[in-house]
Design a protein around this ligand. Structure first.
Ligand code: XBP
Ligand code: MG
Length: 259
């Protein structure tokens, strides 16, 4: 194994980072609107704008209050609608439509072998994390991903730091020993707010966002045969992101925060 430095843990964001999930979320929202007889439909373009608000229930409330969507559902009706959306999303994930992005499974498995802990820190609902990880890594996924900080476990979602602070508490790890892997500016700000250096792998909805505070930005984590390209940050020694690279990014983040 390459030297990961003093890397204690890796925290992955879920939507857009573990997998390209947002089109499945959008389909589930639209199917839920149809099933609840709501005259709403979110296009890809509109959904891209709505993603500025993290969390499905918060996104629905924002749509009602800021876009004048009618009927003006109250919080209880939004919670009902969102529960149905979650069931639809889980079903789609279990039916097998989604795979992990390049390099995710490789990094998770090599971290387990190296004794580096792995967790997720996400605004999405916990049930969605269970579904995605069961469908992709199998029912024993919790031996590989030991910590889940998700959705309503905290009061304020990304870009606030709360979900990363909770993940750190569950890991029992200092922020300087951890690296976060994120795909969005909201996620980047959330991890930085908790003192964690960040590697960004932009996703289909977030390419083009401002990641200037990230220690590194790569187009993908990559795999043998799926070369990763560094957009900013330390150069890669291999063709793809490995534990050695994550260790160097964490160290560079330490120097950056001391500067
Ligand atoms: C991205 C999100 C989530 C999903 C929807 O989360 O903002 O809200 O779009 O999930 P992350 P829910 O990138 O932090 O994983 O409807 O379950 O909230
Ligand atoms: Mg994300």
């Amino acid at each position: 194994m390459q030297n990961p430095g003093t890397l204690g843990a890796i925290l992955f964001d879920v939507d857009g980072t573990l997998a390209e999930t947002e089109e499945a979320h959008r389909r589930a929202f639209n199917q839920a609107f149809h099933d609840f007889d709501l005259p709403w439909s979110w296009s890809r373009e509109l959904y891209g704008r709505l993603l500025a608000v993290t969390g499905g229930k918060e996104r629905l409330s924002h749509y009602v209050s800021q876009y004048g969507a009618s009927p003006a559902l109250d919080a209880a009706a939004i919670a009902d609608l969102h529960r149905h959306k979650t069931r639809l999303y889980e079903r789609e994930v279990f039916e097998g439509g989604l795979g992990l992005r390049d390099g995710v499974e490789r990094l998770i498995r090599s971290a387990a072998q190296a004794g580096i802990r792995v967790g997720v820190a996400t605004t999405t609902t916990k049930a969605n994390v269970d579904a995605l990880l069961t469908a992709t890594l199998g029912p024993g996924w919790d031996r590989l991903v030991q910590v889940v900080a998700a959705g309503d476990m905290v009061r304020a979602k990304k870009p606030e730091p709360d979900i990363y602070l909770l993940a750190l508490e569950k890991l029992g790890c200092a922020p300087g020993k951890v690296i976060a892997i994120e795909d969005s500016r909201n996620g980047l700000l959330s991890a930085l707010g908790a003192g964690i250096p960040v590697l960004v792998t932009p996703s289909s909805y977030t390419a083009g966002e401002d990641f200037s505070e990230a220690v590194a930005v790569v187009d993908r984590l990559g795999d043998p045969g799926a070369k990763s390209r560094v957009i900013s940050g330390p150069p890669l020694e291999a063709d793809f992101v490995d534990l050695g690279y994550l260790g160097r990014v964490r160290k560079a983040g330490e120097r950056g925060s001391a500067a």
